[in-house]
Design a protein around this ligand. Sequence first.
Ligand code: ATP
Length: 463
Amino acid sequence: MSKQDSELMEKIISLCKRRGFIYPSSEIYGGFAAVYDYGPYGVELEKAVKDFWWKRVVQENQNVVGLDAAIFMHPKTWEASGHVSGFADPLMECKSCHVRIRVDHALEEIGIFADEKMDLAEINKLVEENKGKIVCPNCKKIEFTEVKKFNQLVKSNLGNFTEDINENPVYLRGETCQGIYVNYKNVLDSARVRVPFGIAQIGKAFRNEITARQFIFRTREFEQMELQYFVPPNAEMDLYEELRKNRWQYYLDLGLSESKLKWHKHENLVFYAKEAYDIEYEFPFGFKELEGVHARGDYDLTQHGKFSGVDFTYTDQKNDESYIPHVIEASVGVGRTVLAVLTEAYTEEEVNGETRIVMKFTKNMAPVKVAVFPLLKNKPELVEKAKSVFESLKSKYMCEFDDNGNVGKRYRRQDEIGTPYCITVDFDTLEDDAVTVRDRDTMEQVRVKLDELQNWLSEKFSE
Ligand code: ATP
């Protein structure tokens, strides 16, 4: 990461803390690694991200339905899915300071292709060949222990009343899609859907990530938004291409710049996959996976069929054929999307010799849509009028009332949380029933009559 890029990351992290977007977890106890809490503006942003996804993926698609499966699942789920035996990342430890390193990432950083799917012998060979080039990120030494695979599933003692967590462990789910696969039949039998159809879910997932140094990009507790689309085998690749197109357009509509997005094709596919692409976004630390769009064949339902004894054969009466539906999926983290939206929005501008920090969120994403100020705090007639403006808008927009400090300071604060419009009630308002509305991006101010304000805002927010 260049100095400039790491500065940008630091600036985003600092703004998130200072302005109530994102805090380190349990900070009063020194924090808890790779877990974050969302503050007042963070939850609004997170909610906007989830609402946008849900609208595009579920609401606007007749053949996609929603689901909210529990975090805890029968432990056999994770045997069937392959997570118990294979959900493992390569890990080695610095012999000097004992920091743990994710080996495939360390190799990638020095320009050597590697991924978590490689077996231990392959990875150890690459490490040996590049001895001396991998440097401990903490103490800069170059001696490491042998690579081993570390399973990322997080164990819990839910329903286990012995002292031993390893006895019949249950897991916090490592991905949300397993809740979808195990409910496939329930949905098929109870909702009015026929193959091809999709099940969508937003929910928490947990992974024992070895390293987690990139803020909310990689956390141990995170939320996923997943669409699993069940398709006839012979239509899998056509529908996959369609899904890829839709997902690309989705990110443009979300407000991400096309120049900061790219496709990454997986060269090293898992044995069952037909094709796998990731959509990468240019975060301050470079292009990294934002979303996976994968064609998974019949692996998921076949595996659950084998382990549960349930027959997942689908009979397509119209075409007179039977098959196990194949799955194409689009899977993205809420936190990674939030970080992409924050990265895209963060702007510094020179205004009258000073630096203005402004979060240029799209209107959809802005945590607060409108702020209302009385020009002066100590003039009851202004405060009362401003409160009545606030009351008239609050059921339609997430609004904030602010009478702290001077108007300039209030603008700066609203710029930093990305509020598109600030409305000021001043002495003229008492005469002409009009307010000053200031645009976040252009900083232009216009007078709008109070009885036209609702329409004026509606038009602006639908642009
Ligand atoms: P990576 O290679 O970055 O670890 P992955 O390929 O393991 O990601 P998937 O299992 O395909 O990720 O999960 C789908 C999506 O879930 C990812 O594209 C990402 O947006 C999100 N995601 C996965 N792991 C994490 C994590 N630890 N923290 C935040 N988001 C995550």
